[in-house]
Structures are given as C-alpha cells and as structure tokens.
Design a protein around this ligand. Structure first.
Ligand SMILES: [Zn+2]
Length: 202
C-alpha cells in the first residue's frame, strides 16, 4: 500500500481497497497523529453507509473490515474527517484538526445478556470472538470483541503507508484522547506493539 495524492493505493497489497467519498468532512488537514477506533457496529458495510450519511455528522478516513481486512477510504488524507469529537492531547484540543482516523470494524465492548455476549446494539457475538479483559482506564473486566489477524495485518499496512507519507508524531487510541468518554479501540487491540511496529520503536 502507498499514499498517492492523499489516497491509499494498493501497490501490490493483497487487501481489497475502495474509495467512497463521505460528505462528512471539514477543511484542510496536515496530519500529525493517527487515531485508532472501533466502529462498535454491525459490520464494515453498515459502518461505511453510516459514516457517509450526512445525518451521522461523523466520518473517518478509513474503515477496515474485520473478516477480510478490506480497506475503504472515505476522506482524503489532507482533509479533516469527523472521528474524534471532543478530544484533547498534550494541550491540543479537538484532535480532528490534527489527525487521521482509522475505524476498525469491531463490535466493541460487550456484556452478558441471556447467557450470550452482546454489544450496545444487542448484536450477539459468538463466545470464540470474545476476550474478557479490563480496559486500561477502567477498574473491572468486560467482554471485548476480538480483532482478527487479517484485520490487524491490514491496519498495519495502512498505518505504515500513512506514516511513510505523513510522518506521524504518535499513534493514539480514541480512548486516550477522549478519556472517560470513549473506550476504543479497547484492550483487545494490541495498540502498544502496533505503535512500536509502525513508528519503529521496537
Ligand atoms: Zn472512536
């Protein structure tokens, strides 16, 4: 993968890549950070439709499918997308103005209901796709939808291509810039090793 004119191109990658422009975007962006999210949703297709719906007033630069690792770009890398909302990092307010956002298709935080794991939308997640962990900013364990190996591999490729183009100062979780309000990408995502691999801090 590679960024050309602020759009991701395949450049020999095995992952599918699509561009679908979202109307939910702002002005010019010079990305300094990459922010990782989960959709908490109902599949990549549903997330993409929602993030392209003007009523959503939300978007991200990229959505990555959990099953296939397929990547859909919704906003050019030099335009503001609406993924972080109220947020703060190192004295900066409103991280949308400073960052690229990747949404990982994932059901997010789960709870037990009727002997099954369900998310906020009552979507049932099979037991083998759930890990019980305590979020770094929380005090008790919950269920979390796991990320698939192909999805993490694809996200790494996307992040490496973006870093080559934009030279990020850091890669952050939404949970870190909107502390207490957001819990994505959550403990099921290997954020520390992901950041080390992309920024070369191993
Ligand atoms: Zn988020």
């Amino acid at each position: 993968m590679k960024i050309e004119k602020h759009r991701l191109v395949k450049n020999g990658s095995r992952f599918d890549m699509r561009y679908r422009e979202s109307p939910n975007r702002g002005g010019a962006l010079k990305p300094r950070f990459l922010i990782m999210h989960y959709t908490a949703g109902i599949g990549a297709g549903g997330a993409i439709s929602w993030l392209c719906d003007p009523q959503a007033k939300a978007s991200a630069h990229f959505v990555i499918d959990r099953e296939t690792g397929a990547v859909t770009q919704l906003v050019d890398g030099n335009r503001v997308a609406w993924h972080a909302g109220q947020s703060e990092w190192n004295g900066l307010q409103g991280l949308n103005q400073f960052s690229i956002g990747i949404e990982l298709d994932n059901a997010g935080k789960l709870r037990r209901e009727g002997g099954k794991w369900v998310n906020w939308a009552k979507r049932v997640i099979p037991d083998e796709e759930v890990i019980e962990m305590t979020h770094k900013h929380e005090s008790s364990p919950a269920g979390w939808h796991t990320y698939s190996a192909v999805q993490i591999e694809s996200a790494l490729e996307v992040a490496l291509a973006l870093h080559a183009a934009y030279r990020f100062e850091d890669i952050l979780g939404h949970e870190d810039v909107s502390r207490g309000r957001k819990s994505d990408p959550g403990p099921a995502f290997p954020l520390t090793s992901f950041v080390a691999r992309v920024l070369g801090r191993m």
